[in-house]
Design a protein around this ligand. Structure first.
Ligand SMILES: [Zn+2]
Length: 334
């Protein structure tokens, strides 16, 4: 079995009525939440299902379009409605395509939104069947004006995530700063920042020993900068990257787009902490890698081409994802 742990339903998020609702909402207009037909939801998935079939990906964990989460905009009330609209679409898409997807939610985060409210959203949508949630370590649109996300202000979120056994995916969103395009910089800054904050958070895993985080995009700069982080961890008496990657709390995915960096990822990170991910048809749809003459985001190719043995590949392709996302079982055919 092959599980893609990192997908977004980008085409669904780009439905004109969905985008139109958010624009109107932010402009202060009181529109009803749009009702997208089953036919439109299913049609938005055609391309991604076809790519999954051609790449022999059985199941994907899918969340709303990351850029469009953008909860630095709007009020906490507007963002709660926006998150509910997106989560409602995600779960319907998963239900309309049985055994192919499992839902990962977004949260109505905002600098002024009490984390108790965010925790309630996790409770509500986990009951509906969600298996994990994107959690933006910034949440201020690239301004980074918030306190480090590991602080006690977010403990209500961590308490409920641990109690319900749902991992938090530290995924960035839109950037207001033109120097930091979202897919090229802001997401990776969120990965790097999230990972380093976890190294710095001395009490977090003592207080929440079963809390789990997924750092997407191969952990940001992790494959090539782990040496730097090992050094600074010793210098500052932080947890070392090896410690937090080896203790069952922190995981990364394989969303890196060439053989060299994939191999560096496998060398840097314990294999039980790596989950297959590809962002299939999300980040750079249809863009071809001149080295492979295949799509860059066909990350299966880089895993298949690696020197890992079959048992290790099987762990990365499915076993780790099933262990880290235990609630996915109900969405996956035995
Ligand atoms: Zn993503």
């Amino acid at each position: 079995m092959i599980i893609d742990s990192h997908q977004h339903f980008v085409r669904l998020a780009k439905h004109p009525e969905v985008e139109g609702f958010r624009q109107a909402q932010l402009a202060g207009k009181n529109l009803d939440v749009p009702k997208i037909s089953d036919a439109d939801v299913t049609k938005s998935l055609e391309q991604v299902v076809s790519l999954m079939d051609s790449r022999k990906i059985d199941v994907a964990f899918a969340s709303p379009r990351a850029k469009a989460m953008a909860t630095h905009e709007g009020t906490p009330e507007q963002n709660a409605i926006w998150a509910d609209l997106n989560n409602g679409l995600i779960i319907r898409a998963c239900q309309l395509t049985p055994s192919r997807f499992a839902p990962v939610g977004m949260l109505g985060q905002h600098p002024s939104c009490p984390s108790e409210q965010v925790a309630k959203q996790i409770e509500r949508w986990t009951k509906e069947g969600f298996i994990a949630f994107n959690f933006d370590p910034d949440g201020t649109g690239g301004r980074w004006q918030n306190q480090p996300f590991t602080g006690k202000h977010n403990y209500p979120v961590f308490e409920v995530a641990q109690a319900l056994d749902v991992p938090l995916v530290l995924h960035g969103s839109e950037s207001i700063n033109k120097n930091f395009p979202h897919t090229a910089v802001q997401y990776l800054v969120a990965d790097i920042t999230g990972f380093v904050q976890l190294m710095m958070a001395k009490d977090l895993f003592r207080d929440f020993p079963r809390l789990r985080f997924l750092i997407p995009h191969g952990g940001g700069a992790l494959p090539c900068q782990i040496g730097r982080w090992r050094a600074i961890a010793k210098y500052n008496s932080w947890a070392s990257p090896d410690e937090i990657l080896g203790n069952g709390n922190v995981f990364v995915d394989t969303c890196v787009y060439n053989d060299l960096n994939m191999q560096m990822l496998f060398d840097a990170v314990p294999l039980e902490s790596i989950l297959f991910g590809s962002e299939c048809d999300g980040a750079f749809p249809g863009v071809v890698n001149d080295e492979t003459h295949d799509h860059y985001d066909n990350t299966r190719r880089y895993v298949d081409d690696s020197k890992l043995n079959a048992a290790d590949k099987a762990r990365i392709y499915a076993a780790n994802a099933r262990r880290v996302y235990p609630r996915a079982s109900r969405w996956i055919q035995a």
